[in-house]
Design a protein around this ligand. Structure first.
Ligand code: ADP
Length: 475
């Protein structure tokens, strides 16, 4: 069942329940009050008649017509139940009905209420009040003597008329209110859910057209629907970015792999044609092929690592002595320093939880970059600082520096600064940043063109996920 219909139905059901309960209670209370009121009137009338009689009944019957009114009938009966006096409005041949219960109550000196169903369908309420005198017997004891009873009756037609009318209004009102409520509910549910229809229609269009550039129309109501629209639009934006990145990545990958492949093919052709008979030329071709294969291997390995990272590969965490690791990296990188002065700077001791292989890869990537971009005679300094919550490993060089326009992009995959004559894959920093983030940290960079760059890897001392990350300082 559509939400609209369900909402309307629930609305109606709830309102119906409230109205029916309220109406029933109201009707019941009204009926009770009206009937009590009738009973009270009857009793008062009987009391008046009784007071009018006093003990005079012995001698005369009262002028009961004084007490009757068009709808109130009065009659006095004998102890046996036969009518002695009737009010005039009863007419010649009518009397108030006398039931055995009335006679029994009268003989016991008790008053009683009874309801009679008349032939015309109406109800008649009758109150009977015994006329009792107390007299002394010849033996001197006090004795009660029942002389008869005063009966006062009133047809309940008026009460029933009122109750019927009220019932009619209550039922009519409930039905009208429910019809109105369902109409209003349906209209408001339709209006509230219309934007959702628009959302699903647009979403369908996006799927059929395979166009992630489309966005849902903005809703300015600020309600749940507006939030849903914004969320879906943000999701589409991310999907689109992700999709574009994938497209760019495969273009970049094929481009990156084509260059070494062309070089290798050229050299293989050269070898096959047998032009390079000279062992030195042969050796040169093989060295070139070897170098290009190395490069391809690096690219493929880096890509594999990044795709595993994207797939959510987790690190093998254990306790790592970071100072020892920095020393390791220093020793390993010294062999390729090639005229650059690689040195150790400030060196605190620090133990963290991390994946030693990946952390080493991170630092090697930073140091290799620094060495690559620093001319011979320059200086690359590796330092380790330990603060309150963070360990900072910095790699500072006195190399070419990075242009401000390149700075925001150097961590992107396959990004290489313009005018680079170094052959890189453009993946090293992306990998380093991923490793740092997986450890709950981050890499920041400060750089000045022609003065040098400092890359700093921030790593948390403990793995508290609530710690705020360092703010990247750039430029
Ligand atoms: P690559 O394999 O090209 O070095 P990276 O992701 O490691 O790829 O680096 C991206 C770009 O950032 C490099 O092409 C280079 O322009 C710039 N870069 C990285 N480190 C340095 C540095 N220490 N000095 C100057 N430029 C750097």
């Amino acid at each position: 069942m559509p939400i609209r219909a369900r909402l309307t139905l629930w609305n109606m059901l709830l309102l119906g329940m409230v109205l029916v309960t309220f109406s029933a209670l109201f009707y019941f209370m009204l009926s009770l009050t009206l009937r009590k009121e009738v009973d009270r009137t009857l009793r008062e009338r009987a009391d008046q008649v009784y007071a009018g009689i006093g003990s005079g009944i012995v001698r005369r019957l009262p002028e009961i017509d004084v007490f009757s009114s068009p709808s109130i009938f009065i009659q006095v009966i004998s102890p046996e139940g036969s009518p002695l006096v009737r009010s005039e409005n009863l007419g010649q041949d009518q009397q108030l009905p006398v039931s055995p219960e009335i006679i029994q109550a009268m003989q016991q000196g008790q008053s009683t209420y009874s309801t009679f169903n008349l032939a015309n369908g109406a109800d008649l309420r009758v109150y009977s009040h015994p006329i009792v005198i107390r007299g002394q017997t010849s033996k001197g004891t006090i004795e009660r003597q029942v002389l008869g009873a005063i009966m006062v009756g009133q047809p309940l037609t008026d009460v029933e008329l009122i109750l019927n009318r009220v019932l009619f209004f209550l039922i009519g009102g409930t039905v009208t209110a429910m019809a109105l409520a369902s109409l209003l509910g349906a209209v408001s549910a339709w209006a509230a859910l219309r934007p959702i229809d628009a959302i699903s229609r647009t979403a369908e269009r996006i799927i059929t057209a395979q166009d992630l550039n489309q966005r849902l129309p903005r809703v300015k109501t600020g309600d749940e629907v507006a939030r849903l629209t914004n969320t879906i639009n943000a999701m589409l934006e991310r999907l689109n970015n992700f999709f574009q990145a994938q497209v760019r990545l495969s273009a970049d990958v094929s481009h990156e792999l084509r260059t070494p492949l062309t070089t290798i093919r050229g050299n293989v052709d050269l070898l096959r044609r047998g032009t390079a008979i000279d062992p030195a030329e042969l050796e040169e071709s093989l060295t070139i092929i070897d170098g290009e294969l190395d490069r391809m291997e690096r690219i493929v390995n880096d890509l594999l690592l990044l795709s595993q990272a994207d797939a959510g590969m987790s690190l093998r965490m254990r306790t790592v002595e970071l100072d020892t690791l920095v020393l390791d990296v220093y020793r390993q990188a010294r062999s390729i320093a090639d005229g650059v002065n690689l040195q150790l700077g400030h060196e605190d001791q620090a133990i963290i939880q991390g994946d030693p292989d990946r952390l080493k890869q991170l630092l090697l990537n930073l140091v290799h970059n620094a060495l690559k971009h620093t001319p011979a005679g320059g200086c690359v300094t590796l330092s380790l600082y330990r603060d309150h919550d963070w360990v900072r490993v910095s790699v500072a060089d006195t190399g070419s520096g990075i242009a401000p326009e390149d700075l925001p992009h150097i961590f992107d995959r396959f990004y290489r600064a313009r005018g680079q004559h170094h052959k890189g894959t453009g993946l090293g920093l992306a990998i380093a940043q991923w490793i740092a983030e997986e450890h709950g940290g981050q890499i920041t960079v400060e750089s000045k063109v022609d003065e040098g760059s400092t890359f700093t890897a921030w790593l948390p001392l403990d793995q508290d996920p609530n710690r705020t990350r360092p703010v990247a300082s750039r430029g």
